[in-house]
Design a protein around this ligand. Structure first.
Ligand code: PLP
Length: 442
């Protein structure tokens, strides 16, 4: 249970004095002093429980402090804390086998997180094809290391521009706001055919890979139409391009399946993952490759790896975490609860003037907010904020509801263990906040 911390002001002051916070202008950060958690809630130093409607960074899929994952970590620590990345270990064998089983791919290369997984996926695709360009999309995020940040499309890449060479960007399957004045119907066709035009213009023999998020996460849960992935798969096959899907956020149960692309019936050539692989209990990512790419590295040098790659404690956490998904039927729960979430989101769209669009699959969802439904004018500008978005966020914070907001969007991505009652309580608070926004815009 949450307890009041005896010295929270000093702890926050020392955090600010001696450490740098990520993605922040330091003098504008107001960190919550977090002290623990349980299930769908985390605790703060004032002894308050927060309902975690963002699963922290959309990663704590099995909820906070799951006893089975904690136990597996403790057991592995007692047994063997470290083995270098070129040693064989029990946990490496067990997790590798499991990942091949659930993805239908051949072999896993372990990393410390999602950014590094994408770095290695791009590197492997370049080595395997002997080509150098990577096609990515504008509304994408692939990580904060140099290569992955350069490969990202969203404004978080701007500070590292010009970034690594060879990145070519295309438009996204953003059906609410198709580019170039197209209708959603036109863009369903255009979203893949314009990628083929870009391939032609760049020279098909120069394109190593197309790197896309399984379903775009932090740029607004952009769910491609049914035809998108089969057509993208065919395009990659036609030109010998490696299809890499970044399932760091959308994978491992978030959409109710192991991989978001499993909703579309296609298998990528490489999958990258992290977050839901361990539910954040230990740092781990993976690059999972198909048989052809695995075969290539049978007799070609795989130039990559870090001191902590395949860390046994992280692997043990992942094994236990994946077992929790299965033992507790969490994917079925996610799909079931996702239907209820979808109904509530649709009802919000019908009821509130500020809700322009809702997009949802499993427990991966967003509300896109507007000033005017007819014109779709965003409630906050791209890469900016607004008094209305500030009000929404402040209201939820005052109710101890932890939500992820960015630009004109607010996400609903709770831990997969959340109950219907907890989810409804969170959504009720969202509705109160939306009513306040409506008062501001009407
Ligand atoms: N790819 C996607 C789709 C992500 O959402 C993220 C992080 O949010 C990353 C990659 C980067 O992962 P990490 O922060 O583990 O390096």
């Amino acid at each position: 249970m949450p307890e009041v911390h005896p010295n929270t002001d000093q702890v926050i002051a020392d955090n600010r004095e001696y450490t740098l916070f990520s993605w922040s202008v330091q003098n504008q950060t107001h960190p919550i002093h977090m002290t623990g958690g349980k299930g769908s809630y985390f605790f703060d130093a004032d002894g308050k429980s927060w309902l975690d409607m963002a699963s922290q960074l959309i990663n704590i899929n099995v909820g906070h402090q799951h006893p089975k994952v904690l136990q597996a970590i403790k057991d592995q620590v007692d047994k063997m804390c470290f083995a270098g990345p070129s040693f064989a270990t029990d946990v490496r064998a067990e997790l590798g086998k499991k990942l091949s089983e659930v993805t239908g791919l051949a072999k896993s290369f372990f990393t410390l997180g999602g950014s590094e997984a994408n770095e290695n996926a791009m590197k492997m695709a370049r080595l395997y094809t002997g080509r150098d360009k990577i096609i990515t999309r504008y509304r994408s995020y692939h990580g904060a290391t140099m290569g992955s940040m350069s490969a990202s499309g969203d404004p978080r890449r701007w500070p590292v521009e010009p970034g690594i060479p060879g990145i070519v960007r295309v438009f996204d399957p953003y059906m609410y706001r198709p580019p170039m004045g197209m209708t959603a119907e036109q863009w369903e066709e255009g979203s893949v055919s314009h990628i083929e035009e870009v391939i032609q213009m760049e020279g098909p023999h120069t394109i190593a890979a197309i790197l896309v998020e399984g379903i775009t996460g932090s740029n607004g849960i952009l769910i491609p139409p049914d035809s998108y992935y089969p057509r993208l798969r065919a395009l990659c096959d036609k030109y010998g391009i490696v299809l890499i899907t970044d399932e760091v956020m959308s994978g491992f149960g978030r959409t109710g399946k192991w991989l978001a692309t499993q909703h579309y019936g296609i298998t990528p050539d490489i999958v990258t993952c992290a977050k839901g692989l361990t539910s954040g209990y230990m740092p781990l990512g993976a690059v999972i490759v198909n048989q052809e790419i695995a075969d290539y590295f049978e007799n070609h040098f795989l130039s990559g790896g870090l001191t902590y790659s395949g860390h046994p404690v992280s692997l043990a956490a992942a094994i236990a975490n994946l077992k929790v998904y299965e033992d507790e039927n969490l994917f079925e729960h996610t799909l079931e609860l996702g239907k209820h979430l979808g109904e509530r989101l649709e009802a919000m769209k019908a009821k509130y003037a500020c809700v322009g669009d809702v997009r949802y699959i499993g427990l991966f969802s967003v509300l896109e907010l507007v000033k005017d439904k007819a014109t779709k004018e965003p409630l906050a500008p791209f890469n900016g904020t607004s008094p209305e978005m500030g009000k929404l966020a402040a209201y939820l914070k005052s109710k101890h509801i932890y939500a992820y907001t960015r630009f004109n969007m607010i996400w609903v991505c709770p831990p997969l263990v959340i109950t219907k009652e907890e989810l409804d309580a969170g959504l009720d608070a969202y509705e109160e906040a939306l009513a306040l926004v409506d008062q501001m815009i009407l």
